[in-house]
Design a protein around this ligand. Structure first.
Ligand code: ADP
Length: 482
């Protein structure tokens, strides 16, 4: 299976969110399953070819594409992954990519990613390489399915290529003025009220991609269903409903090397199922690090998150005084919206014995909180996949989550399903529902036998990329059968 993996972010080259992790891990896992994978990525200014040991592709020098009717020249760098059929191609065009940031508000933001997608096609043509699957990710590469069906339908090279568009976050839709359609060299005839190129008076890369891709997926099964409702659909729910038979959910995997309590180099005491007693030593280290006193066996509740509305922290202030009466301590790590940062800072000042708030981005501390906490709280309003609940489960840290997206697909409530429960789940997005469930968790905490059972279930769960990559492979096969 030959896969062209088009992405605007990939670790370690560029990252603003989960897409970067998925690009790196999924492509590698696919190559391990026998796929031949070519990743395509822009050469942003922040990405120095020397630092990453990239090779200049002589055979792809000075290629040209036409953007908004003007010729644009570019070069290509590449990197081969030793021992794997995995190559990354970097599209080098300073005019578009030598900017302050990966994404910009510049007036040619549309052109930057139109160019990127045309350049991908141009390189494939030059290499005479027919991908079986064109795997696109989010709005920045969502026009490729449209290109294959309209702009490049003349090219027999792509006659057998099928496309998959993965939706990592529906909030970002690549919305531009209708003139963008012309810049992309696409026919205006598809722009009319409610037509495929029209989205509330604009042109949206994402909407067009959703309508033209052979198959679609998002990063959890529940989120795949949720986005077909007005509450979660960000205006695209109607469009997504028209594609419901082609829309799948595949849970992201986690990096099981970096996030593994048996081998984690960022925590002071490593542990596994047979050495679970060392987890308590991480808890003691975490208390010391966070400046929290021992609390007579009360559990420690951890939070690591971007402090933004999506993550559900507006549920906390209305019940904060009640929460402070509970027998528990809190350690919060995060940055984000001022209102939440200030809320947690204030809470820590008022209750220094109970709450520690560390308002920064700190990967090492994120590991320690994951290992050292007894409970991990994620009350998200929506959560396409979520990683922290999977980390917590594998670290024997019992998650308390809202039943949405990937949280609903990975955490099973112990009272609802005593035979399989690995955490605590609430449905209503309300302070009362959160309060009720936290109380339930704290009531259960003294039952050490039950708690241990929950911990072990989480620690045994397989969230590796291997499993997810296998599901992507099956989806590729479905697309090819279309
Ligand atoms: P999202 O992509 O919506 O932020 P995820 O749960 O998918 O949510 O991934 C969040 C990732 O970012 C996790 O790896 C988490 O540990 C990390 N993270 C978030 N905030 C911080 C922080 N302040 N310090 C360290 N790591 C953080």
């Amino acid at each position: 299976m030959k896969v062209c993996f088009a992405t605007s972010e990939c670790v370690p080259y560029a990252k603003t969110g989960g897409l970067a992790d998925v690009s790196a891990s999924l492509s590698r896992a696919l190559a391990r399953l026998g796929c031949k994978v070519k990743i395509f990525h822009p050469l942003y200014r922040s990405l120095n070819p020397k630092d990453h040991h990239l090779t200049f592709a002589e055979e792809l020098k000075n290629l040209t594409v036409f953007i908004a009717g003007k010729p644009v020249r570019f070069n290509v760098w590449y990197k081969k992954e030793p021992g794997l059929a995995l190559e990354t191609y970097f599209i080098d065009c300073p005019m578009y990519f030598a900017r302050e940031a990966i994404y910009t508000d510049d007036t040619d933001e549309d052109e930057r990613f139109i160019f990127f997608q045309d350049a991908i096609i141009r390189v494939l043509q030059q290499l005479v390489w027919t991908p079986d699957i064109m795997h696109c990710n989010d709005w920045q590469t969502a026009l490729l399915p449209v290109y294959l069906k309209l702009k490049y339908s003349w090219d027999r090279l792509f006659a057998s290529t099928r496309s998959l568009l993965t939706l990592h976050n529906l909030e970002y839709q690549g919305k531009f003025s209708p003139q963008t359609i012309g810049k992309a060299g696409l026919p205006m005839e598809h722009y009319y009220p409610t037509g495929p190129f029209e989205f509330y008076g604009s042109f949206s890369f994402l909407k067009a991609g959703i309508l033209f891709a052979d198959l679609l997926n998002t990063v959890s099964e529940t989120y795949a269903r949720e986005i077909q409702t007005p509450e979660y659909g960000a205006g695209l729910d109607g469009v997504l409903r028209t594609r419901k038979d082609d829309l799948y959910g595949i849970l992201n995997g986690i990096d099981t090397v970096a996030w593994n309590p048996r081998s984690d180099t960022l925590i002071p005491y490593r542990y596994g199922i047979k050495t679970l007693k060392f987890k308590a030593q991480n808890t003691a280290s975490l208390r010391a690090r966070a400046g929290l006193p021992g609390d007579g066996g009360a559990p420690l509740i951890g939070i690591v998150a971007r402090l933004v509305h999506q993550k559900g922290f507006d549920l906390l202030p209305p019940i904060w005084s009640q929460l402070m009466e509970l027998p528990a301590q809190w350690v919060v790590l995060g940055t984000g919206d001022r209102e939440f940062e200030d809320f947690f800072r204030r809470a820590a000042r008022r209750h220094p014995q109970k709450v520690a708030a560390i308002i920064e981005f700190n990967n090492e501390l994120a590991h320690l909180i994951t290992a050292g906490s007894d409970l991990f709280l994620m009350p998200s309003k929506y959560e396409p996949c979520g990683l922290n609940q999977m980390y917590s489960l594998n670290y024997g840290t019992v998650p308390v989550v809202r039943k949405t997206g990937g949280l609903a697909d990975t955490v099973i409530d112990i009272d609802e399903n005593p035979a399989k429960g690995n955490g605590f789940v609430f449905g209503d997005y309300s302070p009362a529902a959160l309060m009720f469930t936290l109380r339930r968790a704290l009531d259960r905490f003294p039952d050490k036998a039950l708690w241990r059972k929950m911990m072990l279930r989480g620690m045994r769960a397989d969230f590796s990329w291997k499993r997810s990559a296998q599901q992507y492979l099956e989806l590729y096969q479905k697309a090819l059968a279309k």
